[in-house]
Design a protein around this ligand. Structure first.
Ligand code: PMP
Length: 354
């Protein structure tokens, strides 16, 4: 920290993104990216947009909003696009939390929530998941806090039902409930259909996972028009041009090729079943994930050791040091070929440790 760094951030512990090492070619199963390339249309549209990079991008993302609202059956004033969904999650903390509206989220969830709360000096509480890592809906009923729930949750992959989400929404009518659907396309039910019914609901989604655009940085929030206006007030007070023209174009191309995304999601669901089956046979236990990752541990193999041994052998998975989950690893569901390499290396590590 330099002597110029503001005191107000002196205790801020920044989020640690999943590692992106460049020292060798890894089988990368650590940051929940798609193993599939962007849609052909996305790449062609982005290349075309590059020809006009001397101009500012459209701050309203008019064409992208138009295509998205058509596909999702919502109004054009019910969505805001941002630079990845991290951007709009931060906006939600800025717009809907303060001393009177402290934040609440599970103790085991997306690691950026507490960072956004700290960054914006928002008081927050972390509500423990049950022993089996499920969310107890009752813990969130009538708590008078701005609630952030990843559905499916990360890193567990476990989803709430829409009934459970509605219970939380109904019992907190004076607080915004943010449902982070970064992984919803891989098997959970989306709450987007509830935005007309609940004026306190914000749903965030991303193009980073199911739509193969993690490097393009495109995310969005969906909600009633007055909540979206609030988020736009924050966006236009920070960086109106937060989505560059190539990414806007790639986003449009992606939406026009929705069948490609659906097919990839089906393949990921099949590969997830393959991976969990093989891991079970090797003695692992795992949470019931409906996401593009599997959260698994082995009773005889230390979680950190497995992560380090796999890294040595060129396979990256994600290990967390938090006490409750340090025995586990989060493994992104890749292609069958990637998973076979992973499983083969795990078998070898187990043999060496026998
Ligand atoms: N929410 C959750 C639960 C995530 O795991 C991630 C990915 N790290 C994000 C949001 C943000 O993703 P992005 O900013 O790439 O949209």
């Amino acid at each position: 920290m330099s002597r110029f760094f503001s005191q107000k951030y002196s205790n801020l512990e920044a989020y640690t993104p999943g590692e992106q090492p460049k020292d060798m070619q890894y089988v990368k199963l650590n940051t929940n990216e798609s193993p599939f390339p962007p849609s052909e249309k996305a790449m062609a549209y982005a290349a075309q947009a590059a020809e006009r990079l001397q101009l500012y991008c459209d701050p309203e993302c008019t064409k992208l909003v138009g295509e998205f609202s058509k596909l999702y059956g919502i109004g054009t004033d019910q969505v805001i696009f941002t630079n990845g969904s991290d951007d709009v999650l931060n906006f939600c903390f800025m717009a809907f939390c303060d001393e009177q509206h402290p934040a609440a989220f599970p103790d085991i969830t997306y690691g950026f929530y507490p960072v956004f709360a700290e960054l914006n000096h928002i008081p927050y509480s972390e509500i423990p998941l049950r022993e089996d890592f499920t969310i107890n809906t009752a813990d969130y009923c009538g708590i008078g806090r701005t609630i952030f729930i990843a559905n499916p949750n990360a890193p567990t992959g476990i989803a709430l039902t829409l009934d459970e989400i509605e219970r939380i929404l109904r019992s907190n009518p004076d607080n915004v409930v943010v449902i982070d659907e970064a992984y919803v396309d891989f098997g959970a039910q989306s709450a987007v259909g509830l935005i007309e019914k609940y004026e306190n609901l914000i749903v965030t989604q991303t193009f980073s996972k199911s739509r193969s655009l993690a490097g393009g940085r495109l995310g969005m929030a969906i909600g009633n028009s007055s909540l979206i206006r609030d988020l736009n007030t924050i966006k236009y007070s920070t960086n109106p041009y937060n989505i560059n023209s190539m990414t806007q174009a790639a986003g449009i191309g992606t939406l026009l090729d929705d069948a490609y995304c659906r097919r990839n999601c089906e393949t990921i669901a099949e590969n997830r079943a393959y991976l969990t089956d093989r891991l079970e046979k090797l003695g692992f236990v795992h949470t019931p994930s409906v996401s593009n990752f599997v959260f698994a541990k082995h009773t005889d193999l230390d979680g950190e050791k497995l992560y380090l041994e796999l890294k040595k052998r060129g396979v990256l998975i994600r290990h967390f040091t938090k006490a409750r989950i340090r025995d586990y690893n989060r493994i992104t569901v890749g292609t069958r070929e990637q998973l076979d390499i992973l499983l083969d290396k795990i078998k070898k590590i187990m043999e060496e440790n026998a």
